[in-house]
Design a protein around this ligand. Structure first.
Ligand code: PFF
Length: 343
């Protein structure tokens, strides 16, 4: 929260953002993370491509947008972190539970998030070591995640890194860096989208993304995962908006900031899907179906593209650094509510 000039937790001490762009970028730094880059494309591939995208967008512009606005307003009105913000309306059980849920949910997401963060660091290290060919070999990702000691070790590396950042007080620096890294990541995605578009077989990926199969609407899974992903991606109930809202000045327009955040977050997710799903089509060399992918999508198919492209080692390393920053700037926000409450 680098735009916050002074951070404290009483009504009078709470800092303010220096401007609208600073605010939107800070919230987007929390919202855009592994959820957009790693999780969204694999869910879109798994739950029917175009129909998942459509349902996701509808849920984002309706529920998602309204919830970001409500959370921001709750934070700004009470100037408190979530537990206090809910209690502001009364100390009865529903408000207490509501507040506590907001402090507990982030703690449930953290281990999950840190596992994937560990995968990202592992791949970044492999690219830095020049193992571009090795990581693209068949079965590499599968055997990596089957090795629980290794996964555990990389999980710890990520967790320690995040703790060091929080305890070392360099969180603001990371958030500032992520504002630089985010445009780099967007630019990189654009370059990759264009490059992959020139490869044979990519059209199958676009076809999959654009095909609306109405039968998909009858599948409860599609709705459950689209809902879950929309909330996860927008950091709803992860406290982002309540906390950031508590720093927002009275003169800012909440609906317009919330709209910007939702749009930014959705563009990032769509861009990732438009890169990763066609990359999968290129590598598979045949049509895509719902079972072709899985959580390894970002790790299995993109690495093949990096392996085949000029300067793939450098581009792969930049890619995983950007993804790491996006992940770290999201997870520090997850720690924020429990920490603010403890403080
Ligand atoms: N929105 C983040 C992502 O898409 O990666 C995940 C997240 C961050 C959820 C912060 C909740 C939160 F409070």
């Amino acid at each position: 929260m680098s735009e916050v000039k002074k951070s404290g937790h009483s009504h009078h001490q709470r800092g303010r953002f220096s401007g609208k762009i600073g605010y939107v970028l800070a919230v987007a730094g929390s919202a855009v993370g592994l959820g957009n880059i790693w999780r969204f494309p694999y869910l879109a591939a798994k739950y029917g491509g175009g129909m998942f995208l459509l349902v996701y967008i509808l849920l984002t512009v309706s529920f998602g947008y309204v919830l970001i606005m409500s959370e921001t307003a709750l934070g700004r009105m009470t100037r408190k972190s979530p537990v206090g913000a809910f209690e502001h309306f009364g100390k009865s059980a529903p408000f207490k539970i509501g507040g506590w849920l907001n402090a507990v949910i982030p703690m449930l997401i953290v281990p999950y998030y840190s596992t994937i963060g560990g995968w990202v660091i592992k791949y970044l290290v492999e690219y830095l070591r020049g193992n571009v060919q090795k990581v693209s070999e068949d079965g590499y990702f599968g055997s990596f995640i089957a090795d629980s000691w290794q996964v555990e070790a990389w999980f710890l590396v990520f967790a320690v890194l995040v703790f060091a950042i929080i305890l070392g007080g360099v969180k603001n620096g990371v958030e500032l860096m992520s504002k630089i890294m985010m445009p780099v990541l967007f630019g990189l995605f654009l370059v990759l989208a264009i490059y992959i578009g020139t490869l044979p077989g990519a059209s199958e990926g676009y076809k999959y993304i654009l095909t609306l199969n109405p039968a998909g609407l009858a599948k409860p899974d599609l709705w459950v995962f689209a809902f879950g992903q929309a909330f996860f991606s927008l950091s709803v109930a992860g406290n982002g908006s309540v906390i950031y809202g508590s720093y927002l000045s009275k003169s800012e327009d909440i609906p317009s900031s919330a709209r910007n955040v939702a749009v930014f977050d959705t563009i990032a997710a769509l861009l990732a899907a438009v890169v990763i799903i066609p990359a999968m089509a290129v590598v598979l060399g045949q049509g895509i179906n719902d079972v072709s992918g899985g959580p390894g999508l970002m790790f299995v198919y993109l690495v093949n593209v990096f392996n085949a492209m000029p300067a793939g080692r450098i581009i792969g390393a930049i890619f995983y650094i950007c993804v790491l920053f996006a992940g770290v700037s999201s997870i520090v926000n997850l720690y924020e509510a429990p920490i603010a409450f403890l403080q």
